[in-house]
Design a protein around this ligand. Structure first.
Ligand SMILES: NC(=O)c1ccc[n+]([C@@H]2O[C@H](COP(=O)([O-])OP(=O)(O)OC[C@H]3O[C@@H](n4cnc5c(N)ncnc54)[C@H](OP(=O)(O)O)[C@@H]3O)[C@@H](O)[C@H]2O)c1
Length: 258
């Protein structure tokens, strides 16, 4: 049994959370170009406004939200239903990255990271799922990261938050597949955005946000559960995680400057 894809985005109602920059902004832009109605969210209202100014007025809804706030998410979802009567795709892209090593374990930052990257998408899914389950249709797509596959250096808070996304999506899939609701787990490699601008190392197989958006939207169209890219990097990391730990740690230490 395979889950459903989306044949074309024209006329589809999509909610992109995390549309104010980077990968989410590129996804929203590509969705507008494909003829979708797009609700755009994030905290920075000014950035959302600029994006909306370049979009066809009748096909954009600007809904600033902080994903750590459940009631803001619920209210934004209500507004989408009031305006458009339905939501075909929740595309949750929001996330934060703060490099962290063991000697700088900062619980305030850990809680903020988990609250944004893991509890944020869970809140959004909790908001949209009842209506999708009632209609037995809809798509839930969540951006995790290849950093969630297995432990990588300097990702003491980010890694666990993204590993949680993988488990959340896998677990959702069991329940939603028979209900007709598709789940798309998105695991990007390195993408050149504000988030990675702080990295002080050479990022292998670095992509543009536009390339990432293309991979994401194609994967959703095709009904893929596991959307990962670029394959030469994500595939390599997938292979690493099935190795015995001594070999895994040895290889990662060789490749990553720590
Ligand atoms: N770039 C990469 O190499 C890479 C690789 C793997 C995975 N990812 C993931 O891709 C996603 C997008 O990241 P990006 O690289 O495009 O970075 P980015 O340009 O920094 O975008 C992050 C987005 O998340 C939003 N966001 C952060 N905290 C939020 C909050 N509390 N409430 C609402 N929105 C919030 C930001 O909007 P506001 O600031 O306006 O709220 C922004 O739209 C993240 O989940 C990231 O972990 C990125």
């Amino acid at each position: 049994m395979k889950q459903k894809g989306i044949h074309h985005f024209s006329g589809k109602c999509v909610w992109v959370i995390g549309a104010s920059s980077g990968i989410g902004q590129a996804c929203a832009t590509a969705l507008f170009a494909a003829g979708a109605k797009v609700a755009i969210s994030g905290r920075r209202a000014e950035q959302l406004k600029q994006l909306a100014n370049n979009a066809p007025g009748e096909r954009v809804l600007t809904l600033p939200v902080d994903v750590t706030n459940a009631s803001q998410i619920t209210q934004a979802h209500q507004q989408i239903l009031e305006c458009w009567g339905k939501l075909d795709l929740l595309l949750f892209v929001s996330g934060m990255y703060a490099p962290m090593r063991a000697n700088e374990l900062d619980m305030t930052l850990v809680e903020k990271t988990i609250n944004t990257n893991l509890l944020g998408p869970m809140r959004a899914v909790a908001a949209v799922l009842p209506a999708m389950l009632k209609k037995h249709e809809g798509h839930i797509a969540i951006v995790g990261s290849v950093a969630g596959y297995s432990g990588l250096p300097k990702a003491l808070a980010y890694g666990p938050s993204k590993a949680g996304i993988i488990n959340f999506c896998e677990t959702l899939y069991y329940d939603l597949l028979p209900q007709g609701v598709s789940v798309h787990m998105i695991s990007p490699g390195f993408v050149a955005t504000e988030a990675t601008a702080q990295n002080d190392f050479e990022m292998p197989a670095l992509m543009t946000p536009e390339q990432a958006a293309k991979e994401i939207l194609q994967g959703i169209k095709d009904g893929e559960f596991d959307i990962h890219f670029p394959k030469r990097f994500s595939g390599f990391l997938k292979l690493l995680r099935i190795l015995p730990y001594p070999l895994y740690f040895w290889i990662v230490r060789r490749f990553v400057k720590i």
